[in-house]
Design a binder for this molecule. Structure first.
Ligand code: SF4
Length: 250
């Protein structure tokens, strides 16, 4: 087993963590996160197509964002939780598949026959899953597609992972946006394209920037709607020069 992760600025030697993450992520966790992303792409392959036919499932939408957020640096390094999320992803994938097929039936269309993450069957144990992750490793894609295409795919992946952090927090504060969910599924579905061009990847990365702004806007509305607008506030501290309290974050 080995790992390869270059999803954050702490990455080892500026090129990739290959033995253990500088952030503390171990190889089991890294591999399970890669597999979770793969499984979530399968969810979105169906959810994206269902949406194009007007069918949505809020549970599928919330799950896809939560799964993406779970793969951000330092969010979830627990192998058993990640294993359960991979298994849940295949349940959600099957649910999205039924949604898509029913929508096709209503529209009088033949459902597309999908492959890749759409037909992924996970092992049920942590060791089994980490072994499976070898077949979808980033390094394999670099060998097959080259560093530039893979780098642009990963740039998109990390962009939507970051946006998922905002969207997940916004959702817990009661703020959701249908178009935002549609954009997450579109981007995840796009990542399953076997041979994307540089132009397609650049366009989708620019879209990811828009997704991020929309997600931040949603979280801001959630925060200010729940806690009010931040204002300078007096606190009961003994007056001392050079002391301050900064309240930040969500
Ligand atoms: S998330 Fe962790 S393992 Fe990945 S590049 Fe950053 S420091 Fe390395």
């Amino acid at each position: 087993m080995s790992m390869f992760c270059y999803q954050c600025e702490q990455t080892a030697k500026g090129t990739g963590c290959t033995v253990f993450g500088v952030c503390g992520k171990d190889e089991t966790t890294a591999n399970l996160q890669d597999l979770l992303l793969h499984a979530t792409e399968g969810v979105s392959m169906y959810a994206h197509r269902a949406r194009e036919l007007g069918a949505v499932d809020p549970e599928v939408d919330v799950f896809a964002v939560k799964a993406l957020f779970s793969t951000v640096t330092n969010v979830n390094f627990d192998p058993d939780t990640l294993k359960d999320l991979v298994l849940k992803a295949t349940e959600m994938r099957d649910r999205a598949k039924r949604l898509y097929e029913d929508a096709c039936g209503s529209a009088g269309k033949m459902p597309e026959k999908l492959n890749g993450p759409a037909v992924f069957v996970p092992e049920v144990t942590v060791p089994g899953m980490t072994a499976q992750a070898a077949s979808i490793a980033i390094t394999k894609r670099i060998d097959a597609l080259g560093a530039d295409i893979t780098g642009l795919q990963e740039l998109l992946t990390y962009g939507i992972k970051g946006a998922a952090a905002y969207a997940d927090h916004a959702q817990t504060l009661g703020k959701q946006d249908e178009k935002l969910y549609a954009s997450f599924h579109e981007a995840l579905n796009f990542l399953t394209k076997p041979t994307p061009t540089v132009d397609e990847l650049l366009a989708m990365n620019l879209k990811a920037g828009e997704i991020n702004l929309k997600a931040m806007e949603l979280l801001d509305a959630g925060n200010t709607g729940t806690y009010g607008h931040p204002v300078p506030t007096k606190v009961p501290l003994a007056p001392r020069k050079g002391k301050a309290i900064l309240v930040s974050g969500t």
